[in-house]
Design a protein around this ligand. Structure first.
Ligand code: SF4
Length: 521
């Protein structure tokens, strides 16, 4: 089961063409062997409905008892077609509302709002009845990038709009006497993900609701950055006691997500954490604001970009840092290397809130920096996202200082507290992807990494990609036949062209705008 006293469940999603039964079945098998508790499969068309029915049957007949979730986008009728045959259906409320151009600029009167809610209820009621009949659960998957215009017009593109979308859908489900719900509120941005989930838990507490929550950061990307981003986003929420199932969304083979997700969950289980309680917060947990601190030695605190020091064994501490370390009355150094109690660390940081002393975290690793990646991200991540940290010292073996620096830079970058490079987002791909997105994401990153301060997206399909990357400066969107379309600030600037042509065009753009952009960093 999910929720209650059950362990935190780990899931991922296939990225094969679902209608290719053999390929999808084999991928599910690999995912199952990697240790996933659930698997999600996208169902973009009727052929996929038929394929998924057969895949599920085959899994059951071979005693591979992994619950299967059907992922539905844009075509609610497919949810009804597949609901009797799977364990859970994931729907996006954004697909049940009026997303026409005319709704975009519209200000809804109370009557119109009521009318839209009634229309949504009419559209979703048959699915709810069917799921009730077959014992199928439903995940209401709120996505920051596909909120209804009505919500955006009322609450802005904000975590609050995500929460209100979830609340109104739950109310519709309850009105139809349907309770077997799991809720998720996801964004590609860590801050929006964390704030939306915290706000939602507050809202549930007011209503005495206790629905399980699925947590994840969408489009986390690749490699180290993708892992750090996921660990911070998911881990911060798990540290708050929020989250019953998790998915790490990497632009890599789905089975590679499982060890990362498991490590996050295992580390959290080993940490001493307590359930979410607002009494624990001394700082505003729903918006980002850097704590006001004094600037010490023109290096740490104040409005200075957060400095970091990577210190190899036997390396002499640079003089500027040595002077700071001696000012014990003016800065607070907190060694987080050994503690297994994240609340203890948080409290130590909170002790400084009134003092305006900059807080510098110290992390010492004797060997194998890589193995500390998740732990380090989990411990520090939420403190960065709350604007509580002013500096970081990372001590490590000499031959691992490069990796340590990459980790620290990734953490500063993904939490948005200091731009150390570009921010890359890329979707994990699914059956809609018609090109090698992992390869494309690596090529885009390799070609553009020398620039700084841009948000660059690589997305698998034109159906969802443009919406999901709407806040990116530039985006490559798969357009079929191994072609892509290049976007600037949410608008296409090319027809479908080869990836290499698109990369070259982007490089030209970046070169011409770099001076302006670097000044903003
Ligand atoms: S952007 Fe398109 S291809 Fe990528 S995961 Fe979303 S739906 Fe699938």
């Amino acid at each position: 089961g999910i929720g209650g006293q059950n362990p935190i469940r780990v899931q991922t999603m296939t990225n094969t063409n679902t209608a290719d039964i053999e390929a999808t079945y084999n991928q599910i098998l690999r995912i199952y062997k990697a240790g996933a508790d659930l698997v999600r499969v996208s169902v973009p068309g009727q052929a996929d409905v038929e394929a998924l029915k057969q895949i599920k049957q085959r899994l059951v007949s071979e005693n591979i008892l992994i619950p299967v979730i059907a992922d539905i986008h844009f075509n609610p009728s497919l949810a009804q077609a597949i609901a009797p045959y799977v364990d859970k259906v994931r729907i996006n409320p954004g697909n049940y509302v009026n997303r026409s151009k005319s709704a975009q600029a519209k200000k809804y009167s109370q009557e119109e709002e009521q009318q839209e809610l009634q229309d949504i209820r009419k559209r979703i009621a048959p699915l709810l009845q069917l799921c009730k009949q077959h014992g199928t659960a439903i995940r209401i998957g709120i996505n920051f990038a596909s909120l209804s215009w009505r919500m955006v017009n009322k609450y802005g593109n904000t975590p609050l709009a995500m929460v209100q979308s979830a609340v109104e859908f739950i109310e519709i489900c309850l009105a139809e006497d349907f309770q077997k719900l799991i809720i998720s509120l996801k964004a590609s941005d860590i801050h929006n993900t964390i704030y939306a989930n915290r706000l939602f838990v507050e809202e549930m507490a007011k209503r005495d609701w206790h629905y399980p929550i699925h947590v994840g950061v969408t489009e986390a990307g690749l490699d180290l950055e993708g892992r750090v981003k996921s660990a911070i986003g998911i881990g911060s929420l798990l540290c708050d006691g929020i989250g019953d199932t998790v998915r790490v969304s990497l632009t890599e083979a789905p089975e590679k997500e499982i060890p990362v997700a498991k490590e996050i969950v295992n580390q959290i289980n080993n940490f001493k954490v307590s359930a979410y309680s607002q009494n624990e917060w001394k700082h505003q947990p729903f918006v980002y604001k850097r704590r006001t601190t004094n600037l010490v030695n023109a290096l740490i605190g104040g409005e200075n970009p957060i400095p970091y020091l990577i210190l190899s064994e036997n390396e002499k501490v640079p003089e500027a840092w040595e002077q700071i370390f001696q000012k014990t009355e003016e800065i607070s150094r907190i060694d987080i290397s050994k503690s297994d109690n994240v609340f203890d660390i948080r409290r130590k940081v909170y002790e400084n809130i009134e003092s305006e002393k900059p807080v510098c975290l110290v992390f010492k690793v004797k060997a194998d920096v890589q193995s500390q990646l998740i732990r380090f991200s989990l411990i520090c991540g939420n403190l960065f996202t709350e604007g509580l940290i002013d500096g970081i010292v990372f001590e490590c073996p000499e031959n691992e200082s490069e990796l340590a620096e990459q980790m620290v830079k990734a953490m500063l970058q993904v939490t948005g507290v200091r731009r150390t490079g570009n921010e890359y987002i890329s979707c994990p791909s699914c059956s809609r992807t018609q090109f090698d997105i992992e390869k494309a994401a690596r090529e885009v990153k390799a070609a553009t990494h020398k620039f700084k301060g841009f948000k660059i997206a690589v997305m698998g399909c034109v159906v969802n990609g443009p919406g999901e990357m709407q806040d990116a400066d530039y985006g490559f969107v798969g357009a079929g036949n191994n072609k892509v379309i290049l976007y600037r600030k949410g608008k296409p600037i090319t027809k479908s062209i080869s990836l290499q042509e698109a990369i070259q065009l982007l490089l030209n753009e970046l070169v011409s705008s770099t001076d302006v952009n670097m000044n903003n960093c």
